[in-house]
Design a protein around this ligand. Sequence first.
Ligand code: UD1
Length: 344
Amino acid sequence: MLLTGAAGFIGARVAEVLRAAGHEVIAVDAMLPAAHGPGAEPPADCLRVDVRDAEALTGLLAGVDVVCHQAAVVGAGVDPGDAPAYAGHNDYGTAALLAAMFASGCRRLVLASSMVVYGPGRYDCAAHGPVDPAPRTRADLDAGRFEHRCPHCGAEVTWRLVPEDAPLRPRTLYAASKTAQEHYALAWAEAGGADVVALRYHNVYGPHMPRDTPYSGVAAIFRSQLESGGVPRVFEDGKQMRDFVHVDDVAAANRAAIDALDAGLHGFNAVNVCSGRPISILQVATALCAARGAPPPQVTGQYRSGDARHLVADPARAAELLGFRATIDPLDGLREFAFAPLRS
Ligand code: UD1
């Protein structure tokens, strides 16, 4: 099998788990300076290959029966100037990979997707049932009113689990590119009679997560704040809900997806990859503080426009289609993560 993005935080763990399971893994990574630092060399068991390089890919794909595509530019994607990087590496990179796979006769793909395809998430109004809330207004956020409102009556709405058939509502460049990757993969599956599992990762954390960078998820940011002697700064009121899934569980989901394709899973299948144990951002910060014996986190009331308020997935389809159930409870995983090595 071919694994792209194999030197990254998630890809490296996927490589280990697949090799331990007996897969013969051809590991590639473009070693982008933004992710690995300038001049970084690939690890010993990984080739420097950019998925946009059709010629290099075609050479590697001979005899490969499945591709596990983790390579992507990640992060929030809110700087308009980054659009070409997302479109180039993620959209075009996936298109080039799919064409090379088709030419080589490889018809199975596991694609790393993201919960960000769901945009603001799913909400219920007590009076109107499931609703698509309007973006939160500055006036509400400045006044410390952080919940979304019903588009019909203006009442505050409550979050619900997001199933895979929820509408895709990408709101950032990164989300747009993840949605595009899924759409290219779906079209490729239909046109080429191929099979795809798109794994929609939730908030992934774990050992060797990149340190605090503009692109880091909140768990790494909190860790760095604790390491430099501060306490985590929790935005909004800290009650925003997420699903934190350990990188070992994400690697297990990739293995399960490959097994399901081997066992005959057909067509395009999008699947949430989450722990199934929702947790608030304040709970995440509190768990990390407690594990390190630090004072409690500071809830700042600050907000970032464009942040999803609550984004929590339904894990049912992953169990049903892939037999995948996360095994690491976020509270246990975060306790371990409080002292786990990070990558600089
Ligand atoms: C994150 C990633 C997204 C990825 C997704 C799934 C970023 C910026 N976002 O989305 O790309 O696809 O996970 O893995 O990488 N917060 C604080 N204090 C801080 C920073 C953030 O309280 O210092 C809060 C935010 O307001 C938000 C929550 O923590 O409510 C989560 O933030 P973050 O991890 O950055 O973004 P996600 O939206 O969960």
